[in-house]
Design a protein around this ligand. Structure first.
Ligand code: ARG
Length: 463
């Protein structure tokens, strides 16, 4: 009989209990209690399977399954006492089950190990996050589509190098993010499809000699099939890395959009007004309204991509199969998931609430000789000029306008003819920003009619 102070679950060969420092470094209950529901779902599926295969009696399995529900309600109700001495959620649950149902609890761990147990719990947890991210992405995309529909025809400057390039429409800019977030969503779905194999029954690493039914537990837990190799099943954390990869790319997209909102809401740009609900004030400067939510979203990529790097480094160089290093997987993923969900929700709220300053956008769209390309295209189309020559002629006109401190449409026909004698007044038809965007009807272009078509397509997809 082991010393009383040694571990009740695995202390058979131990004479002494762990040092306090050992317990502190070893225990994961402080964080893995977040997987309680998954752990109990896994154990209930396992118990049912043990009975159906005749490995335990129906009576024992029923007691286990009932008792596990009691444990879950205690955890949900906040009355469960978590114990660091019991290390992790798996042993905390099992120990409490024993207190509730007595001896049959000791049969629950037949044909499994904490290694396949934790792999199963964590997969279920990550799978839930993939689903949750999908829901949040759909909500954000809907908010963007609503903005795009309202402003399909609003003109604004399109930038390259953050220098005014060509006029675009507000709707087009919003729909650009819909495309990005749609790819993020599809990455989440891909990851889900690939990860949906059940590790349970891989046991410690080699499988088990008990006649378990892995198809049954896989099905009960909503997996497509059992994982085919027991060593791989307990060792694999690719699914968590794929989630973090998808989350990192999504956070990167959020960060780019957040950066634009920070710029756009500044006094220098005034492209958008963010709502009070998603802004903060300054404790010293009474006039301030700061885009803190956007700034924090912009920053979230730091911890999310950090988690991706951290877990990759935890896994790197680990020999098969399980090593305790892998306990370091969960906090990274939990933190990344919490923050991704928060960032997605905050972005959705900001997008729903923000109002575009349509006049400011339109005035800005006309600055920076933004229709110079339209002028060059006109020279090609109407005067049959080679594009390179048209580019040169337009450059000369831009230089002239710049020297005079005016915009291209403000040059007179005479001015224009002094640069190229065949230019006629038809050119003024293409120098306005509305003409400019309306002309960009190539597939995927910024013309309001093209944006409206994309809005209609996405509304149908997101319905
Ligand atoms: N708390 C552990 C973890 O998160 C559970 C698995 C423990 N397995 C073991 N062989 N000690 O990884």
């Amino acid at each position: 009989m082991a010393d009383k102070s040694s571990n009740a679950m695995w202390g058979g060969r131990f004479a002494d209990g762990p040092d306090a420092i050992m317990e502190a470094i070893n225990a994961s209950i402080g964080f893995d209690k977040r997987m309680a529901a998954q752990d109990i779902a896994g154990s209930r599926a396992h118990a049912a399977m043990l009975a159906s295969t005749g490995i335990v009696s129906d009576k024992d399995a029923d007691a286990m399954r009932e008792g596990l529900l009691t444990v879950l309600s205690e955890i949900d109700g906040g009355t469960f006492e978590f114990s660091a001495a019991l290390e992790d959620i798996h042993m905390n649950v099992e120990a409490r089950l024993k207190e509730i149902i007595g001896a049959p609890a000791g049969r629950l761990h037949t044909g499994r190990s904490r290694n396949d147990q934790v792999a199963t719990d964590f997969r279920l947890w990550v799978r839930d996050q993939l689903d949750a991210a999908e829901g949040a992405l759909v909500a954000l995309m809907r908010a963007l589509v609503t903005q795009a529909e309202a402003g399909a025809g609003w003109v604004m400057p399109g930038f390259t190098h953050l220098q005014v390039a060509q006029p675009v429409t507000w709707g087009h800019h919003m729909m650009a993010y819909v495309e990005m977030f749609a790819r993020d969503l599809s990455r989440m779905r891909d990851a889900r499809a690939r990860m949906n194999e059940c590790p349970l029954g891989a046991a410690a690493l080699a499988g088990t000699s008990f006649p378990i039914d892995r198809d049954m537990t896989a099905k009960a837990l909503g997996f497509d099939r059992p994982a085919a190799n027991s060593l791989d099943a307990v060792s694999d954390r690719d699914f968590a890395l794929e989630y973090l990869g998808a989350a990192s790319i999504c956070a990167m997209h959020l960060s780019r959009f957040a950066e634009e909102l920070v710029i756009w809401s500044s006094a220098q740009f005034r492209f958008v007004t963010l709502s009070d609900r998603f802004s903060t004030g300054s404790s010293i400067m009474p006039q301030k309204k700061n885009p803190d939510a956007a700034e924090l979203i912009r920053a979230k990529i730091g911890r999310i991509f950090g988690a991706n790097v951290a877990l990759t480094l935890v896994m790197k160089g680990l020999p098969l199969a399980y090593s305790k290093d892998m306990q370091e997987d969960k906090e990274q993923v939990f933190d990344a998931a919490d923050n991704l969900m928060l960032a997605l929700a905050a972005m959705e709220g900001m997008v729903r609430d923000m109002s575009a300053n349509v006049d400011v956008l339109e005035a800005a769209a006309a600055t920076g000789f933004s229709t110079a390309t339209d002028l060059a295209d006109w020279l090609v189309r109407v005067l049959d000029m080679p594009f390179r020559e048209a580019h040169h002629v337009t450059g000369a006109l831009v230089a002239m306008a710049e020297a005079r401190g005016v915009d291209l449409p403000d040059l007179s026909l005479e001015d224009m003819r002094s640069v190229h004698k065949h230019i006629h007044e038809g050119v003024f038809g293409v120098l306005g920003v509305h003409n400019s965007v309306a002309s960009r009807t190539s597939y995927g272009g910024t013309a309001p009619e093209m944006v409206r078509a994309q809005v209609a397509r996405w509304k149908e997809i997101l319905a």
